[in-house]
Ligand binder design. Structure first.
Ligand SMILES: *Cc1c(COP(=O)(O)O)cnc(C)c1O
Length: 457
């Protein structure tokens, strides 16, 4: 008799064939018609990287209105981490829609919010008592974390790192490294934000402890630890270009924060929720932050974000001081519960590790072939290449945004959606959903290979 417990995990059933297919010019005629309508009613401040209009998405594939199929290596910037229209998430959200769509948690609460808070308490680093507040977006999570840290410490200073990205609200614009396009002309900005050098091993060549000493010395001289409420850091920088800090950098910052009563806030909005093969990227560095922010991948495509932190910090905000009309919406919360369940059931941490192996192997092989690839880096399904100007004999590390733009444009024409990143726009980032098969990754890599061959020809 077969033991059903030993049965393999059922392969996911996809409603869209998992393959790329280009049947029109890109963009196709229906996308072009929609784009004309859009330009009449949507301001150009909201831009689109690739103006093909999507009619359906499933697994790792986007289908546009003209019937073209794209391998999605961006996952809506790391949002559909468990795959587009993942069946369990769709079922949970659909069921919740029928039961309760909205009450407002701060008027009459519901279980799904509480369940997400329990799951975040279990799954974020650190086994101390934690509390979670749910909000709608990553930027809102950052705003709330800073509010809470200020209330807790009775201090105002906010430390951030070079190449950071934290959002598009007024406070978070002040926290971003890059002005254009995020904050150009949108001031005045929030004050008391201090930007310190980060750890960027490819460029600074520093060890973790050396880079941490530089960050700390900078903050002590320019602000003073006693005036800092919090330090906000992405364990792996997202928009900054998947910058992985040197070993020991983050724990050294955490130690300094703890000694000085500064709240360490890990912005895991892009790096969290199984993306890197751990539930949160902090785990790779032995980092136990005081507060962890999650958003993007948490609800399988529905808008939800969380601020999870030590109870004694989180409890410092007065009743009524936190919340908002849509924060922790029941449908988004039900979807998030399904995401947590699927990560475990489908072994998605292992899938992230598989994607890392396939992508880094393929990209390192391309690096041997093309000297515009300065570095291959990243963890899990968060892998990037930094493109540089080839020097004479060795690479110069000068940013090569033209190479990135050329690859992205060629890949789109071939049915591969890949995103850019980096302060200088010279990083190509691979942020596929964990449902992306090796066959699709290999296929996409062959397109990147062709793109590089054309660019360097
Ligand atoms: C996307 C992102 C944000 C902002 O999230 P929104 O939901 O777009 O407001 C903040 N921090 C990081 C690291 C991000 O990647």
């Amino acid at each position: 008799m077969t033991d059903t417990l030993d049965a393999p995990v059922a392969a996911p059933v996809y409603t869209v064939p998992q393959e790329r297919k280009i049947v029109t010019a890109i963009p196709g005629p229906k996308s072009e018609a929609l784009h004309r309508r859009r330009l009449a009613v949507v301001p150009p401040g909201v831009s689109s990287a690739l103006p093909v209009y999507i009619a359906k998405a499933n697994g790792a594939i986007l289908v546009d209105v003209d019937g073209n199929q794209f391998i999605d290596l961006g996952a809506g910037i790391g949002v559909t981490t468990i795959g587009h229209t993942e069946a369990a998430v769709v079922a949970a959200a659909a069921a919740q829609l029928q039961d309760v769509t909205h009450t407002l948690f701060t008027i009459t609460p519901y279980e799904e919010y509480v369940r997400v808070a329990e799951l975040l308490a279990e799954n974020t680093p650190g086994d101390f008592v934690k509390r979670t507040v749910l909000v709608n977006s990553g930027a809102e999570a950052v705003e709330n974390a800073v509010k809470i840290a200020r209330k807790h410490t009775h201090r105002v200073g906010v430390a951030v790192l070079e190449h950071a990205y934290h959002g598009r609200t007024n406070l978070t614009m002040a926290m971003n490294f890059k002005a254009a396009p995020y904050s150009t002309g949108f001031g005045p900005f929030a004050g008391d934000v201090y930007r310190a050098p980060n750890s960027y091993p490819y460029h600074d060549g520093l060890t973790g402890p050396e880079a941490a000493a530089r960050t700390i010395a900078y903050l002590e001289k320019t602000v003073g630890a006693e005036d800092l409420a919090c330090l906000v850091a992405e364990p792996i920088q997202g928009e900054g270009g998947f910058v992985v800090p040197a070993e020991g950098y983050l724990p050294a910052l955490q130690e300094w924060c703890t000694e000085n009563g500064i709240v360490f806030i890990a912005d895991e909005i892009q790096s969290g929720m199984a993306r890197t093969g751990a539930m949160f990227a902090s785990e790779h560095f032995g980092l136990v932050p005081d507060v962890v922010l999650s958003a993007k991948g948490i609800a399988g495509g529905l808008p939800l974000a969380g601020v999870t932190g030590r109870a004694e910090i989180m409890d410092s905000a007065q009743p009524g001081g936190l919340g908002g009309t849509f924060g922790g919406n029941p449908v988004a919360a039900a979807a998030a519960v399904a995401v947590f369940e699927q990560i475990e059931k489908s072994n998605l941490l292992e899938e992230a590790a598989r994607i890392e192996r396939t992508l880094t192997t393929g990209l390192r092989a391309l690096q041997q072939k093309y000297d515009v690839i300065g570095e291959v880096r990243g963890i899990g399904a968060m892998i990037a290449i930094e493109l540089v100007e080839p020097g004479t004999g060795e690479t110069t590390k000068a940013p090569n945004a033209a190479a990135v733009n050329s690859i992205v444009a060629y890949a789109a024409q071939q049915g591969v959606l890949v995103l850019t990143a980096g302060t200088y726009g010279n990083v190509l980032r691979f942020l596929p959903s964990l449902a992306t098969s090796d066959a699709l990754l290999e296929d996409a890599l062959s397109v990147i290979d062709e793109a590089l061959a054309r660019f360097t020809a």
